[in-house]
Write a protein that binds this ligand. Structure first.
Ligand code: ADP
Ligand code: ASP
Ligand code: MG
Length: 445
């Protein structure tokens, strides 16, 4: 079997949905499961509606929801008739009615808890998959609509839920029996917890859903269909000359995604790695064009791509007394664990430790605890620029080249990945784009 995941722009209107279905129908004999995101920008609109509800602005909520409904109804009328049109319009109305009633409660209370927010944003994927299902039937395909809330079982960390693989495996195995000629359609991004309350897997989480389905169903391939020709040497929105990376390893792709390349969700790779399932990243608008294959090993080593991550905070602890003391670093990292904050980059010297974090909601508490170990300085508004590629530093000319390209940029920290797969440098937020452009020019011309 094969899993096909379509992102927001790949299902943004009736024409895009038809293109996604064309691609899927060509693969019907491979027993496909289709995972879809919400139509482009719908998740953002639903989050805006939740924010408006918290502000008590019922009018803004109503107008945002009207626009969401209008887009789906318009799409339904464009490509459905008769029974299929009735079915889709009825389901859209049902979902919208539920959405309105949740948000009415939020406006009333001027509050939208993470739990309510997940119930709200999940509607984007429910709506898009209703349309895809109806259209597949209109085009005479044997299609089954699955409810991912019943299949993807998670913990109760609303907004960023962790998948319970055991429960999910049982649910998916029971409900999904892929077969040639038959199409299963499910929502990306959404799931539910042990109390059957809706959860979501974090922004961009549909990729992860695809990987979970693929790994449980032992897919021969997971195809991530998006709006660019695969993983490129850097974000083509920033550098239009960026080229497709034909082959990339799981490890390299995970580093790239972790350090900011939005093209695949960082967690996607992990379930695929465990089962050695190849993941391909392809362009819905250029289905026969070049694409990327992510797999265990690549034929060549060296720099693959450059990514960047903004809004990072640098923490430095200086302690001449304690650096050499046994257990100092263990105590230091324990503080981050206690405050549920992960450290991205670390660099140590004789008397200091520098670390970067992305999540700053517990910054005050972390700083207070770190001060018990030494003097602490905090520098906000930093960015990580990251060069990724297995074995890049075997050739020392690469290091020289990278530093030459970054000349004149105020670098606060350097980290050579222990696994010889990345080199990261910390630069000011405002210099990130410039640094990426300059590095890309130096390495890829
Ligand atoms: P989807 O909605 O299909 O999930 P996303 O918007 O999440 O698509 O991801 C695709 C986007 O990722 C591209 O349009 C591109 O601008 C951006 N991107 C960032 N870094 C890269 C990269 N290295 N290669 C390709 N695309 C990248
Ligand atoms: N619709 C969700 C988002 O916009 C999930 C996804 O598209 O992957 O984040
Ligand atoms: Mg995405």
């Amino acid at each position: 079997m094969i899993v096909l995941k379509f992102g927001g722009t790949s299902v943004q209107d009736s024409a895009a949905m038809d293109r996604a279905l064309d691609i899927t129908f060509e693969r019907l004999e491979r027993s496909p499961v289709l995972i879809s995101s919400a139509m482009a920008k719908i998740t953002d609109s639903l989050i805006a509606a939740a924010d408006a509800a918290v502000a008590g602005d019922g009018e803004a909520v109503a107008s945002l929801l009207d626009a969401v409904k209008e887009r789906h109804i318009k799409c339904a009328y464009e490509f459905l008739k008769g029974q299929n049109l009735n079915y889709a319009v009825t389901r859209i109305n049902e979902i919208m009615t539920e959405l309105r009633s949740i948000l009415r409660g939020c406006v009333y209370l001027k509050e939208c808890t993470p739990q309510s927010c997940d119930a709200v944003v999940s509607c984007g994927e429910l709506l898009s998959t209703v349309l895809l299902h109806a259209r597949a039937r209109e085009r005479k395909i044997d299609a089954v609509w699955l409810d991912s809330r019943e299949l993807i079982k998670t913990d109760s960390t609303y907004g960023e839920a962790a998948v319970d693989f055991k429960a999910t495996e049982t649910a998916i195995r029971k409900a999904v029996t892929p077969a040639a000629g038959k199409l299963f359609i499910a929502q990306g991004f959404i799931g539910s917890d042990a109390n059957s309350l809706t959860t979501t897997l974090g922004r961009g989480g549909s990729d992860y859903t695809a990987a979970v389905f693929g790994s449980i169903l032992n897919a021969e391939e997971i195809q991530i269909w998006t709006d660019v020709n695969g993983i490129m040497t850097t974000d083509p929105r920033l550098v239009p000359e960026a080229k497709t990376v034909n082959e990339i390893s799981y490890e390299e792709a995970a580093e790239l995604a972790f350090f900011g390349a939005k093209v695949v969700h960082p967690a996607t790779i992990q379930p695929a790695v465990a089962k050695k399932i190849p993941v391909t990243v392809l362009n819905t608008r250029d289905p026969e064009g070049i694409f990327t294959r992510i797999s265990e090993k690549t034929a060549y080593e060296g720099l693959k791509a450059i990514s960047g991550k903004k809004n990072v905070t640098l923490l430095t602890v200086v302690s001449s007394r304690m650096m050499n003391a046994v257990g100092f670093l263990a105590n230091l990292f324990e503080i981050f664990r206690e405050h549920n904050t992960s450290v991205d980059l670390v660099s140590t010297s004789e008397v200091s430790v520098s670390m970067t974090i992305n999540k700053t909601d517990k910054l005050a508490e972390i700083t207070a605890d770190l001060e018990k170990l030494g003097s602490v300085s905090v520098e906000a508004d930093k960015a990580i620029v990251c060069l990724v590629g297995k074995g890049i530093w075997k050739d020392s000319r690469n290091v020289t080249k990278a530093f030459a390209a970054l000349e004149g940029t105020n670098i606060r920290m350097i980290s050579l990945g222990a696994s010889d797969t990345n080199l990261s440098a910390l630069v000011p937020n405002g210099k990130l784009n410039e640094a990426i452009i300059s590095l890309h020019k130096a390495f890829f011309g």
